[in-house]
Design a binder for this molecule. Structure first.
Ligand code: SF4
Length: 432
């Protein structure tokens, strides 16, 4: 098969994997080497179909011995198959890099013929790139669940980021849709990668000669909407992964109906709106000091689709508001809808010099459309409606006509016609 044909098959096969972001890796080129990995990251954006911009994103092979019901590459699906040799992936990466098409490689694989041989192929590819081609750019590789830890560990010394995809949040969901996958086989390497990252960071503080291990951290992907799991269950899992295995990011991927199967829900379209809310809630966990149990509970296990999670939480906790912006603690400022991390920091700095009023907050980037109901400036409340849950909610839900449709963000989207702009941007910037 021609290389270009393989490329078309194996890049198309990789498009449902959204776990790629290069943030967090910082390595300068070495004499005789090729490429840098930049701290600010190579790819921060995803195109409409979930593909990352600027990484060569491919599978080593799309032959698979597993039969996960939600996956286009499952063994029972009749589609063109191909396998790259390690040399082919290495050559493609170097040639694309030299032509300035890409800034790094995202390499995943279906499982063929077994986890160990798959992981060996990935390791051989990475070794070729790093040792033979002296490629110093960004590499993200998938660790294959069930593969020997020694293979995963060696790969970890050569790449910037690794991820083990959980895909489904519970053992029951795995049993239903991916019966050949075992939850322990997925969680075990995650734990080992996490502890190896921490250990290596400690050792490198003592000696820079210690080789780095997955310096950009590990991530995972969860599919949303293929099983009846609630947002609460998904968010609790993400929270425990951030705490216990030092995960850098969880990526939420709205289930794309790729087949009809009685075990799968009959969805007309991917649940993108739900995915969007989970991304927003994820920021609240990581940067705003929220816990999953504050945002959702058994009585309310799913996010409100019209209200962002922070506004929803604030409305349920009106007794904590309104906050006086000139006195409130940083932690509490972060809980005000419309005040993000940057604007909270600006408020803290600016109020050392003078008391802030409504206009100052607007200039600092506070989204007053949301924040006005939850704070006072110099004792004055600007909400303009009675301070009650129903009236405030009504105002928050009021949207200009024609802006109620939600779709996944795209580099090429006209934001104005799809999302309320601030809401759309929040799942990328985290400002909520
Ligand atoms: S193991 Fe991976 S590639 Fe194979 S069917 Fe399952 S999800 Fe798809």
């Amino acid at each position: 098969m021609e290389l270009v044909e393989k490329l078309s098959i194996l890049s198309a096969a990789a498009k449902y994997d959204v776990s790629c972001s290069s943030s967090g890796s910082n390595r300068k080129n070495k004499p005789g080497g090729l490429g840098n990995a930049a701290a600010s990251g190579i790819c921060h954006s995803w195109s409409q179909d979930g593909r990352c911009i600027s990484l060569l994103k491919i599978l080593q092979t799309n032959y698979c011995v597993y039969d996960c019901a939600y996956c286009v590459n499952r063994v029972s699906n009749d589609l063109p198959r191909a396998t790259f040799t390690p040399e082919e992936v290495a050559d493609l990466t170097i040639n694309f890099y030299r032509r300035n098409y890409i800034e790094g490689l995202f390499l995943s694989s279906a499982i063929w013929p077994n986890p160990n041989q798959t992981m060996e192929a990935l390791l051989r590819t990475v070794k070729l790139l790093r040792n033979q081609h002296r490629f110093n750019g960004y590499i993200h590789v998938k660790a294959i669940p069930g593969a020997d830890w020694r293979l995963i560990a060696e790969t970890g010394t050569l790449v910037d980021r690794m991820s083990v995809n959980i895909e489904l949040p519970t053992s029951e969901s795995l049993k239903l849709l991916a019966p050949q996958k075992k939850r322990d086989n997925i969680l075990q390497p995650m734990k080992l990668i996490g502890s190896q990252i921490v250990e290596t960071q400690e050792e490198r503080k003592r000696s820079r000669k210690v080789p780095s291990f997955v310096p950009a951290g590990q991530s995972t992907q969860l599919i949303i909407g293929a099983t009846p799991d609630t947002d609460l269950r998904i968010l609790q899992l993400a929270e425990s992964l951030y705490r216990q295995v030092h995960l850098k990011r969880v990526y939420y991927s709205a289930y794309v109906p790729v087949s009809t199967n009685p075990r799968l829900p009959a969805l007309a379209a991917p649940p993108l709106h739900r995915e969007h809310r989970l991304y927003q809630a994820d920021w609240l966990l990581r940067f705003y000091g929220f816990e999953a149990k504050e945002l959702l509970n058994e009585a309310n296990p799913n996010f409100h689709l019209q209200l962002d999670p922070k506004s929803d939480w604030a409305l349920r906790n009106l007794h904590m508001f309104p906050l006086e912006v000139n006195k409130a603690d940083y932690r509490f400022l972060l809980r005000v809808p419309g005040i993000g991390v940057r604007s909270a920091q600006r408020i803290i700095t600016a109020r050392r010099f003078h008391s802030l009023d409504f206009t100052d907050l607007q200039k600092m980037g506070v989204v007053m459309k949301r924040a006005r109901y939850f704070l006072t400036c110099k004792g004055k409340y600007y909400g303009q409606v009675p301070y009650r849950e129903e009236t405030i909610k009504e105002q928050l839900l009021a949207q200009p006509k024609g802006k109620e449709n939600f779709t996944q963000l795209s580099l090429f989207s006209d934001f104005d016609n799809q999302y309320p702009v601030q809401d759309a941007i929040s799942s990328i910037t985290g400002e909520l």
